[in-house]
Design a protein around this ligand. Structure first.
Ligand code: GAR
Length: 221
């Protein structure tokens, strides 16, 4: 039985689109049952509808700081859709610890940095300011702390000297669209397990290669 997934968005929904596309494969162990946005003008809503996925809008603004009241409405939408797993895709609203606990081990997020480096806002600017030579994206389980939690999968890119936040974001976004569907495949297929604060891959994460940056093309003699 395919696991039923809700994707929560606040904006353009490109990760959402990558997940929807991946889930069209017959052998994908999850189906995208609903896309829920906390903003009525989120660009991703039209993309989801065009893909034939049900959409729900639950505006969070009227709830102000009453997170629990917003989450009660959200939870009933999740219940109605018989949701097993949640994927956050650029969902820009914090949850209460109670909601996070309720979905412990069943809610994923993606963040465009190699966590635990550069959580929060402007991760690309943070990476460039720090002068790192490699950055990337992380899919992780959600815990009460923002952009933290057991890491499921990461993908890396080299950072170029002339990168701007926008050019770096564009390269990392391509990685996001690859690793989020793969991470969901692992979770929905029962191929990962939580060991305390860590996530382990049941069938082993084979070394797929090495990324060294900057690349040395000439060797001094
Ligand atoms: C993505 O880059 C995602 O990693 C980031 O928001 C963007 C949403 O884009 N999430 C965070 O920064 C979470 N802290 P999308 O709507 O096109 O998927």
């Amino acid at each position: 039985m395919k696991r039923r997934v809700a994707i929560l968005i606040s904006g353009r929904g490109s990760n959402m689109a990558a997940l929807i596309e991946a889930a069209t494969a017959d052998d994908f162990p999850a189906e995208i049952a609903v896309v829920i946005s906390n903003k009525a003008d989120a660009g991703g809503l039209a993309k989801a509808a065009a893909s034939g996925v049900a959409t729900v809008i639950i505006e969070s603004k009227p709830f102000g700081r009453d997170r629990a009241a917003f989450e009660a409405v959200l939870q009933s939408a999740l219940d109605q859709n018989k949701i097993d797993l949640i994927c956050l895709g650029g969902f820009m609203r914090l949850f209460t610890a109670e909601f996070v606990q309720r979905w412990h081990g069943r809610m994923l997020n993606i963040h465009p940095s190699l966590l635990p480096s550069f959580p929060g806002l402007d991760p690309h600017g943070q990476a460039l300011n720090a002068g790192v030579k490699i950055s990337g994206a992380t899919v992780h389980f959600v815990i009460p702390e923002t952009d933290a939690g057991p890491i499921v999968m990461q993908g890396a890119v080299a950072v170029a000297d002339d990168d701007t936040p926008d050019t770096l974001a564009a390269r990392i976004l391509e990685i996001e669209h690859r690793i989020y569907p793969d991470a969901l495949r692992l979770l929905a297929g029962g191929r990962i397990r939580l060991e305390g604060d860590l996530c382990k891959t049941t069938d082993g994460a084979g070394p797929a290669g090495t990324l060294i940056s900057p690349a040395m093309r000439l060797r001094d003699v």
